[in-house]
Write a protein that binds this ligand. Structure first.
Ligand SMILES: [Zn+2]
Length: 334
């Protein structure tokens, strides 16, 4: 089993020594991908840190939540895999059908080419979905680094989202990510033009490394309907930078499971970032000498959060808000 949970004794030990006292009783993971059988073609599996998968359904998630956070009440915001060529409609239908909105809260994949106002409106009318998950790849530009946020989120979709006060889980485009001035401008415009929408910048605006975050939160930190999830960020410096600038009610714990359950760590080298994994992966440098014993990206993220919390002397209230309260408020559950 490639998934690094407390099923492996080495992770059980990490949990007991490092996290058991730190983590609150309730944990809401705001960034989870769930995909049922048949969404991912066998010929083109989805790689989690170098481990090919064709399914990660609610049964898998329930098991992993119990084994990652033993003894905790767990909750999750879930959405499909936003990849062109995967069965988006089947994935959305599964989430609509199987999410109870008490423990598991679904977002709907939004494809600006294959969706339209009518389809979106009728899908959302049942009240099943809490929000939308757009993605740069759905714009289908030859160079995905040239995508702009309004192309991922056309006006017709944003008007519906705004009228319903939906969440938008936004993986920002462009090579410079959070540091891109056009992104910065378009994020603020989006939030201002659609004030009822709650925009979540996934992965702290993809600033997985300090160089990308430094100085780039200033224009965004006071936008009231803009939130930051921590998914796949493994750097305590980035966490510390965020925690010092943005109030905790706009910071959301998220993991990016099942990818985050793979063994590995993201690292910053000379103002750039990469992943290091034991298994070769398109996005990583791999430990082909087998020098290291790894734990999950998820546990590396928890370590970074804990380290930043301790350095800043933040209390239990902060930790509880980060892992549960802030997210539940965004979901309208408090
Ligand atoms: Zn993700």
């Amino acid at each position: 089993m490639w998934r690094e949970t407390t099923k492996h004794e080495r992770n059980q030990r990490i949990f007991e020594v490092e996290f058991a006292e730190f983590l609150p009783d309730r944990i809401l993971d705001f960034h989870v991908h769930v995909y049922n059988e048949g969404v991912v073609p066998q010929s083109n599996p989805f790689s989690c840190g170098g481990h090919p998968t064709t399914r990660y359904d609610y049964n898998d998630l329930e098991q992993d939540l119990a084994e990652c956070y033993p003894g905790r009440d767990t909750y999750a915001v879930c959405f499909g895999l936003p990849i062109v060529g995967y069965d988006r409609v089947r994935n959305n239908e599964y989430l609509a059908r199987e999410s109870d909105r008490q423990r598991f809260f679904p977002l709907r994949l939004l494809d600006p080419h294959e969706d339209n106002a009518e389809i979106l409106q009728s899908d959302l009318e049942s009240g099943t979905f809490c929000g939308l998950k757009p993605y740069p790849d759905y714009v289908r530009k030859a160079n995905v680094n040239e995508v702009e946020i309004p192309e991922m989120l056309p006006g017709w979709a944003m008007e519906i989202a705004d009228a319903m006060g939906l969440i938008i889980m936004l993986h920002i485009p462009r090579k410079a990510r959070l540091a891109d001035p056009l992104n910065q401008r378009q994020i603020v415009e989006l939030a201002e033009n659609y004030p009822r929408v709650k925009i979540v910048l996934a992965h702290i605006g993809r600033a997985y490394y300090l160089k990308n975050a430094l100085g780039n939160l200033d224009a965004l930190k006071d936008v009231p309907n803009l939130y930051f999830d921590l998914a796949m960020v493994n750097h305590w410096e980035v966490m510390e930078h965020l925690f010092q600038r943005v109030p905790v009610d706009r910071i959301l714990y998220g993991s990016d499971a099942p990818i985050a359950l793979a063994p590995g760590k993201s690292v910053e080298i000379n103002d750039q970032y990469t992943y290091v994994t034991p298994t070769p992966w398109a996005l990583s440098i791999s430990d082909d000498h087998g020098k290291l014993t790894f734990t999950s990206f998820l546990y590396e993220e928890l370590r970074a959060i804990k380290h930043a919390v301790e350095r800043l002397g933040l209390g239990k209230d902060f930790v509880e808000a980060l892992f549960f309260g802030s997210g539940m408020k965004v979901l309208g559950k408090v």
